[in-house]
Design a protein around this ligand. Sequence first.
Ligand SMILES: NC(=O)c1ccc[n+]([C@@H]2O[C@H](COP(=O)([O-])OP(=O)(O)OC[C@H]3O[C@@H](n4cnc5c(N)ncnc54)[C@H](OP(=O)(O)O)[C@@H]3O)[C@@H](O)[C@H]2O)c1
Length: 371
Amino acid sequence: MSTDYPVIVYGASGYTGRLVAEHLRDLGTPFVAAGRDRKRIEESLRLVPGIENARYEIAEVDHSVEALTKLFTGRKVVCNTVGPFMRYNKEVAEACLRTGVHYLDTTGEQSAILQLDEHFGRDFVKAGLVMIPSMAYMYGMSEIGARHCLETPGVDSLRLHAIANAVPTVASAQTILDAVRHPCYYLQDHELVRYPGIENGQVCTPSGEVLITSNWGGSSNPIWFRRDGRVRNCKMDVAIWNQELYKKELALERAYKVQLQWLPEDQLVQVLDHMAKNITPGTPPREARQVHRAIDTCLATGNTVSVKSTIFSTGGYFTTGLLQAYAARRLSLETPRVTGLRSPSEVFGHRELMGALESYGYASIKVERVV
Ligand SMILES: NC(=O)c1ccc[n+]([C@@H]2O[C@H](COP(=O)([O-])OP(=O)(O)OC[C@H]3O[C@@H](n4cnc5c(N)ncnc54)[C@H](OP(=O)(O)O)[C@@H]3O)[C@@H](O)[C@H]2O)c1
């Protein structure tokens, strides 16, 4: 296989991998479309608009450190879209470390980010490599809004909300269910505080509707800002337009606490995946930008200041495809200024990421000084 392809899209047969391929092609970046089943990758890539003039190769690879190491050798960056990431991220990060390749993924699960940091954070710093989880709508978008607010001196507390509309893919549904059994946190007085369980609240949409929110795994933001001396408090909730989902999440948590947690790991995974299939039995159709829209807000406060950012965006999976491709292209050409576990905006800059999203018509932002 040629080494002229600096970017690996791992999980290229999946819904997100395919959108990463689509945006890499648009940016003119050559890539290897990799995954465990060549036929499924070929079928998936056939659906990519413009694939006929993309520069890519296909690689079938086992999900093992050895096989991935062989594939990654000579590359610059891996876009990992194989989730749930708590189950699968370690092999990919280990292979990146062995081959000197930067790591990107689309996880929004705090537990998966903390797992990467614990196992590989220091070694990535030593190797001069970056590891960037959440290079995705969740929670790259909300972080961009938060960092716009942090440009105002004196701000020290971030209260974030997302109001989203998405058809979950197979792995996304598995990920949502998987997240119920892992602890999640918010940031209070610079310390991560564990939620006792699912926490529901309310949010008012710009049009005045009141929606029930959930802490939805806590989001990546408290993890990013725990190392930012400016940020004392950070908390995020999510409302899904389909309000049945938060009820299903609560019912699952109850079932987990009462029954499921006692199952051995392999049986538990089977049961959860079976339940996920009931939510999403197969790959959903391509997103519709007129339907799958989101609003991300951040109200940032300090003793005497307050500023609010609002981001309107469209197509959470499209934006994820672009963010991954944009990051991969930059890492294939640049030496990043920072190393180790980092957030998307720390590596690429929140204004640059916003610019990339705006240039595709995927998002726009308003920042208002409240006080
Ligand atoms: N944070 C965000 O905003 C955001 C946005 C998009 C996606 N995501 C996350 O990204 C992940 C992927 O989502 P998706 O939409 O692409 O899901 P998907 O369409 O179900 O694709 C999953 C991909 O993972 C591969 N895979 C699954 N199990 C594997 C294993 N044991 N070994 C090797 N490959 C395996 C699949 O390969 P096969 O085709 O061979 O089964 C497929 O390529 C999910 O965790 C989702 O939550 C997050």
